[in-house]
Design a protein around this ligand. Structure first.
Ligand code: SAM
Ligand code: SF4
Ligand code: SF4
Length: 336
């Protein structure tokens, strides 16, 4: 198959796969898995429906042939999945993925876990950190207590050199912490990213009044620090600024106010083996069925090729133009 023509209807290449390795999480963030919906009666994906590591590795090896360069392990909380370091190692050595990253809530990170992940071949780790305030953690993340933030930041820096963080900013909840978070992280070599609260899934009761536009945050931060624009990769989700005289950068992921669909090179693989060509998709495509039917690699490739060739998603660009909202899948299932 000719790599050069592996583009979608909007001429976008496929290069990046985000994999949800589990739909379970030990947190109940109000914006992702609110506790009133994700309670003891919630039905998670059954064990026999979850893609095995072998199946993930097999699929990634095939997709590597048509341009897959980068894989992000996410979920749910990826560190809840047993032996995740083994998956990292095989993705690197057997599937030959150039760049493997992970997003985690950090609660299960220790110095030795980080060392293990690094030596398995993980290239970078992103820590979700919405608050430094122990009074806010329950409201935001639905957990009782913070992990030791300083210890985790030090260990990430030790093993991965760069500390990358994600903060979802919600009006009236943690917007007053933005400068504190920067103050804490910017002395480190770091990439500090602020995410506009997104309307993912059906359970978080999202509405526009809860978001803080990135421009507002930029104005706030630049009134205190000198920010120098940095060129970012075309397909990057964030716009970045270097904080002058530091090793830290600030990034904004502005899915609501500045959509970046035009260069979106990402697909998602749900925990039960469905490909989603957009974070806001209503339906996935059951590639696991093809894999489990023992079809040839060429068949699997053709299935994916058809999906990507027919892709025209650009939800963030048309979010406010749509006449009716179709139901969306949850982020923990599809992979954040
Ligand atoms: N459990 C891991 C974690 O929290 O880092 C990985 C999965 S989580 C779904 C991945 C990322 O999605 C996190 O950084 C989280 O803050 C972000 N996220 C989840 N729901 C979101 C929403 N409604 N809007 C914006 N970002 C969201
Ligand atoms: Fe769990 Fe991450 Fe979702 Fe929070 S954002 S509930 S930590 S999956
Ligand atoms: Fe990509 Fe869909 Fe997000 Fe647009 S809305 S950037 S197409 S995942």
């Amino acid at each position: 198959m000719n790599k050069k023509i592996f583009t979608d209807m909007l001429s976008r290449r496929f290069e990046y796969l985000r994999i949800s390795v589990t739909d379970r999480c030990n947190y109940r963030c109000s914006y992702c898995m609110p506790s009133d919906v994700f309670n003891k009666d919630y039905s998670y994906i059954a064990q026999n429906k979850i893609l095995s590591y072998e199946e993930i590795i097999h699929l990634c090896s095939i997709l590597k042939r048509v341009g897959l360069k980068k894989v992000r392990l996410t979920g749910g909380e990826p560190l809840l999945r047993k032996n995740i370091d083994k998956l990292v190692h095989k993705l690197k050595t057997e599937s030959a993925i150039d760049n493997i990253s992970m997003t985690t809530n950090g609660s299960l990170l220790t110095d030795s876990k980080l060392e293990q992940l690094k030596s398995s071949g993980l290239d970078s780790i992103t820590l979700s950190l919405d608050t430094l305030d122990s009074g806010n953690i329950t409201k935001l993340n639905g957990t009782k207590k913070h992990f030791d933030i300083d210890a985790v930041l030090t260990a990430i820096e030790k093993h991965f050199t760069v500390v990358k963080t994600n903060t979802v900013v919600i009006k009236g909840i943690n917007d007053n912490e933005v400068l504190d978070i920067i103050k804490k992280i910017s002395p480190l070599k770091s990439e500090i990213r602020f995410i506009e609260y997104m309307d993912v899934g059906e359970s978080n009761n999202w509405n526009f009044s809860k978001i803080i536009p990135s421009q507002e945050l930029y104005n706030l931060i630049s009134s205190k620090y000198e920010l120098l624009a940095i060129e970012t990769d075309k397909s990057s989700t964030s716009k970045k600024w270097l904080m002058k005289n530091t090793d830290a950068s600030i990034g904004f992921i502005s899915s609501i106010t500045e959509p970046f669909c035009i260069d979106c090179n990402r697909a998602r693989l749900s925990v039960d083996g469905k490909i989603f060509t957009c974070l806001f998709a209503t339906e996935g495509h059951d590639i696991k069925k093809i894999i489990r039917a023992n079809r040839t690699d060429e068949d699997i490739l053709n299935y994916f090729y058809k999906l990507w060739s027919n892709r025209s998603d650009r939800y963030s660009e048309i979010r406010f133009l749509q006449k009716k909202d179709l139901p969306k899948v949850e982020m923990s299932y599809i992979g954040g």
